[in-house]
Design a protein around this ligand. Structure first.
Ligand code: TXA
Ligand code: MG
Length: 324
């Protein structure tokens, strides 16, 4: 792996793109200081250029290199959770070009917790940072394995570093600071409770109207499979699948409870059990959606997950995936 990382660093320095593993999802990386590399990232992803990219770097002691006017709450979170699945939105320093931030004066900053990502960043050195959105096309499911990246981006990316399946499997929690108050823009790998504990309760969830227009995760259809995805309650999901089956439509029911255990077999209906526990469920969610999107189902039917804070990120992604 060490040689591969050295090669990846060379490619990035020369203005190429490298997909690499993080603990959340795979990123599509480019050196922030090479404008042509940044525009390649937008091209490959087919992402509008006013949608900001997250900037990844290696060490909390470098935070002031990339950001300024850093609130106390941001320092607390950085010191506690980095490296980890947390992105902080802060005033950018002059070292981060506007092309990376979609023209905004703030930047999303993160230290990923993955040995390959950290090794790559350290090889590049402390003056370099990598812009890396998730390595999928705009609006599609994020990749959690190198194979997902290959299927999605193919030859468009210059190199893919394979670090196995991502441990968290959902994107980072994004936190911005409004008048010093930590505000969750996107729920993710770090649960609300964990943030609240470090900040003595001083954390709020952005309501939908507060979320910046330019946050792509807030577009109607996002993180979406190509097969239509619907969310239904445990009571209604099986009868609904039977109704579709009567019209000759094939469905897979993705369940987490024991509710589906005793349902009669039906040749048009597959049942797939996910873990009961949100951390495990989150880790497998995208791989499961990728897996069933490749089979010829007419609908993916998701059993409504529990409505509690530990399932916040999962509910958020499923909700977005269900919108067309
Ligand atoms: O876990 C993750 O965060 C992964 C890995 C690769 O680090 N990255 C990721 O990047 O999910 P992306 O580009 O798919 O999503 C980044 C999100 C977008 O919704 C973007 O708008 C938001 O971060 N973001 C970045 N900079 C921002 C800023 N200055 N203000 C508001 N939102 C920002
Ligand atoms: Mg993404």
């Amino acid at each position: 792996m060490h040689n591969k990382i050295a090669t990846a660093a060379e490619i990035l320095r020369a203005g190429g793109t490298v997909a690499f593993p993080t603990e959340t999802v795979y990123g599509l990386g480019a050196d922030i200081s090479v404008p042509s590399a940044i525009s390649q990232v937008f091209d490959i992803k087919q992402r509008p250029t006013n949608h900001p990219l997250i900037v990844h770097f290696a060490d909390t002691s470098q935070l002031q290199h990339w950001a300024k006017e850093i609130p106390d709450a941001a320092w607390k979170l950085a010191e506690h959770f980095w490296p980890g699945p947390l992105t902080l939105i802060l005033q950018r320093s002059h070292r981060i070009p506007k092309s990376v931030t979609g023209g905004q004066d703030t930047a999303g900053l993160r230290i990923p917790n993955h040995p390959i990502a950290l090794d790559l960043l350290k090889t590049l050195g402390t003056d370099t940072a990598i812009a890396a959105p998730s390595a999928n096309r705009f609006g599609r499911i994020s990749p959690t394995t190198a194979a997902h990246v290959r299927d999605e981006l193919g030859e468009a990316v210059n190199m893919i570093l394979d670090g196995g399946a991502c441990k968290v499997g959902l994107e980072s929690t994004i936190v911005s600071f409004n008048n010093q108050i930590a505000t969750i823009l996107r729920p993710g790998g770090i649960p609300l409770d964990a943030l609240a504990e470090v900040l003595s309760g001083q954390v709020v969830l952005a309501n939908k109207n507060n979320i910046a227009q330019r946050t792509p995760g807030t577009h109607a259809s996002h993180y979406a499979p190509t097969t239509p995805l619907e969310i239904h309650s445990p009571e209604h999901i099986f009868p609904y699948a039977l109704e579709l089956a009567a019209h000759g439509l094939r469905t897979v029911i993705i369940t987490w409870s024991d509710y589906m255990r005793n349902q009669p077999a039906n040749e048009h209906i597959d049942i797939f059990s996910m873990p009961h526990e949100p951390t495990d469920y989150g880790k497998q969610l995208y791989a499961t959606l990728h897996q069933f999107d490749h089979k010829k189902f007419d609908r993916l039917l998701i059993e409504t997950p529990p409505d509690n804070p530990d399932w916040l990120a999962i509910n958020d992604r499923l909700h977005r995936a269900s919108q067309t």
